[in-house]
Ligand binder design. Structure first.
Ligand code: 4AD
Ligand code: MG
Length: 432
């Protein structure tokens, strides 16, 4: 009997006989030898099949297998420094589960639409494989980071009666006799929970009816939102900085192979250390005003090209604070030291993916918050519960939202956020 194991764990079984269960990634044959590239979800290993070592029917059937045929193989594990991964299997037995012909995704180049239409299969290829494992490591790092710091994970609802981030990107859904919206952000609920539990975070799907087809926009994405009672903008900045460093460290420590599959320049990630550069909106505006390619107008929000100009100046994320209140959400606290500005931050990742984090200190004064809800013409009745948080034990508090797919796209060096989602949802794509 041989142990059933995985490609990832082969190093623990050198010199032993093991069984691997997986799929055929590639095969080449030379006389009495088959070289099978077997993938099992945890990695790919070369399996050498010598005709005289296995039953004749097995040798013959292996020679006819197409890409993605499912099979198990049993053999001896050898250290092989020249093999990718460092190990090789000399096969002694095996079993074919399904022999496949005509798998649509071949090792040649395919266009993005061809691949996205077949995302359910494309996930098996090397790049998506590496990306999903990096995404997983980012999630693990996030959960560990907050757990170690005593944050409690709470889950915000997906059906909501009101907007959080402006009314232009709401997805409306029928909710019995009423209208409801898919949540844009769990923040308002996180604020309520922070008053109950001190430090909390929500981590779940969020939705934006973004009519933009850029490489940064999805209609459904995952957002991580920490929220802290008794916190100021400075506390929010520090938390964001510590968290991003912890995420990058964890990915570097556990996903080097995957980063190499994606040909990621590791030195760019190793440079992600505290402190991150900080700019106010006014300072950023000045940089843009002096930049020959910028079309930025003072008072506006930064567009994607502006963010690219700003972020590529640094080798680590830049934290831009104190934007004009007119371009930001209703709940942000006004900066007492800067009339017309709010106590907010956008964190822009280096290398062009743009804003990965948006956060702020929250307006904690009942009257000011109420007047802002009115200015934004938001339905007051739905915000009564939120206003209660300012009626009963209001305190300075704040937090941020980090877009998971943008963060993964930055860390993995992806061109488009859609690659960071297992099944991306965009304006023109809701399948598979
Ligand atoms: O800046 P946003 O809109 O902030 C909020 O929603 C706050 N309520 C968060 C908070 O303070 N708790 O979104 C936060 C992040 C962005 O920085 C970006 O990374 C991501 O969510 N994001 C998107 N990612 C992909 N596609 C989209 N359409 C996104 N919109 C926002
Ligand atoms: Mg934002």
């Amino acid at each position: 009997m041989s142990t059933v194991t995985t490609v990832e764990r082969l190093g623990r079984h050198v010199g032993q006989s093991v069984t691997l269960k997986g799929w055929l990634y590639n095969i080449s044959s030379k006389g009495k030898l088959h070289f099978v590239q077997l993938r099992d979800g945890t990695g790919i290993v070369q399996c050498v099949v010598f005709k005289n070592d296995v039953p004749p029917e097995l040798f013959e059937s292996l020679g006819k297998l197409g890409q993605e045929s499912s099979l198990e193989v049993t053999g001896d594990v050898k250290a092989e420094p020249r093999a990718p991964g460092g190990y090789e299997l000399s096969v002694k037995a095996g079993k074919v589960y399904q022999s496949v012909e005509g798998y649509p995704i071949t090792p040649k180049e395919h266009g993005p639409d061809f691949l996205l239409d077949r995302r359910h299969l494309w996930l098996r290829s090397k790049r998506p494989w590496a990306t999903m494992r990096i995404r997983d490591a980012v999630i693990t790092a996030v959960r560990r980071f907050y757990d170690e710091r005593g944050f409690v994970c709470i889950d915000a609802p997906v059906f909501t009666p009101n907007a959080c981030e402006g009314t232009s990107t709401l997805f409306e859904v029928g909710y019995f006799e009423q209208k409801a919206y898919l949540t844009q952000s769990g923040q308002l609920y996180a604020e309520a929970a922070a008053m109950a539990l001190g430090k909390v975070y929500t981590f779940g799907p969020t939705f934006r009816a973004e009519k933009s087809k850029t490489r940064r926009h999805l209609t459904e994405f995952w957002m991580l939102e920490p929220e802290m009672a008794y916190a100021t903008l400075d506390d929010v900045l520090e938390l964001a900085e510590d968290m991003l460093c912890a995420i990058v460290q964890h990915v570097l420590a556990t996903r080097k192979t995957e980063l190499q599959v994606l040909e990621r320049d590791l030195s760019k990630l190793e440079a992600i250390q505290k402190p991150f550069p900080r700019l106010t909106y006014d300072e950023a505006a000045k940089i843009l005003a002096e930049h020959p390619e910028s079309t930025f107008k003072y008072g506006d929000d930064f567009g994607a090209p502006d963010e690219t100009i700003l972020s590529t100046r640094y080798d680590r994320p830049v934290m831009v604070t104190r934007y004009p209140e007119a371009v930001k959400a209703f709940y942000m606290k006004r900066d007492p030291a800067n009339p017309g500005k709010v106590l907010c931050v956008d964190v822009l990742a280096p290398e062009g993916i743009g804003e990965i984090i948006g956060g702020s200190q929250r307006e904690d004064d009942l009257e000011v918050l109420l007047s802002r809800i009115r200015e934004h013409q938001l339905p007051e009745e739905f915000f009564q519960w939120y206003l209660d948080l300012r009626r009963y034990g209001s305190v300075p508090h704040g937090g941020f939202g980090m877009g998971l797919e943008r963060t993964v796209a930055w860390i993995a060096g992806l061109e488009h956020v859609r690659e960071a989602s297992p099944f991306p949802r965009m304006m023109y794509r809701i399948t598979p």
